[in-house]
Design a protein around this ligand. Structure first.
Ligand code: PEP
Length: 264
């Protein structure tokens, strides 16, 4: 069984203006230096990618710069959109795809999400593919079915050699920004089934499918805080987290990173 290095992302969403965003990045970079133990990425809003990237570089931090979104086409008449090569220009290394707010508020489909995953991988980026069930789907007993289907759609056509740049974030929609997190057991059970979907669905089992599935990192996201991170990360198939609200406060985010650093 491979050892998976924990990976924690801070999704700042549509929060933090100029100086605040830079100060937050600087504070996290100063307080957390164990990027040999935990991969860390922060995802500021588009206008602040460059200054946050510069602040991280100046601090000599191993924290990666991430983008919350992008458009699939390389250039052209797509008013308001931002291309992957523009993100590369400002130092972005990792991109989010399929976040529940983009699926359910903005209306992105599984087809577009799959195009984005493949475009970002082809462009050399790391990708965090977010999946997760809504409350009514959970109540209807469809949790694993939804997560496995979103995983299969999202990763369709991804080449085995690209899988090292994929992380999956399991984010139950009812837990995002609500203060209600999945129990560690529920998270473990969902992660285990998502890993199975990679092993036997995206790839068709055998030694290759098993080894790709065992190597892929699966983050948990949904109301993770300093106080509940350790018990979630202690689960065998929980390889870190994608953090929204708690990533906006340096001390709280660093407490989560410290919990991830203790996972072995
Ligand atoms: C998220 O938006 O990815 C998220 C997990 O948010 P929160 O931590 O605020 O629930």
């Amino acid at each position: 069984m491979p050892t998976r290095k924990p990976f924690v992302g801070g999704n700042w969403k549509m929060n933090q203006h100029g100086a605040e965003a830079v100060a937050l990045a600087e504070a996290v970079a100063k307080k957390f230096t164990a990027t040999d133990k935990v991969d860390v990425a922060v995802f500021p809003a588009f206008p602040y990618l460059a200054p946050v990237g510069q602040a991280l570089a100046k601090a000599g931090s191993g924290i990666k710069l991430g983008a919350q979104d992008f458009y699939v086409e390389p250039n052209g008449a797509f008013t308001g959109e931002v291309s992957l090569s523009m993100l590369k220009d400002v130092g972005v290394k990792v991109v989010l795809v399929g976040h529940s707010e983009r699926r359910h508020v903005i209306g992105e489909t599984d087809v577009l999400i799959n195009r984005k995953v493949r475009a970002a991988l082809d462009g050399g980026f790391e990708v965090i593919l977010c999946v997760g069930e809504k409350l009514e789907q959970r109540e209807a007993g469809m949790t694993d079915c939804v997560n496995m289907a979103q995983t299969l759609y999202g990763l369709g056509g991804v080449k085995p050699e690209q899988m090292a740049r994929i992380t999956i974030a399991y984010e139950p929609v009812w837990a995002i920004g609500t203060g209600k997190n999945a129990t560690p057991i529920d998270a473990q059970s969902a992660h285990w089934r998502i890993r199975d979907a990679v092993k036997y669905g995206v790839f068709t089992g055998g030694e290759k499918g098993e080894s790709i599935g065992n190597a892929v990192r699966i983050q948990y996201g949904g109301s993770v805080k300093g106080s509940n991170a350790a018990e979630l990360f202690a689960q065998p198939d929980v390889d870190g987290g994608l953090i929204g609200g708690a990533s906006l406060k340096a001390d709280e985010f660093v407490a989560i990173l410290d919990a991830a650093a203790k996972k072995q």
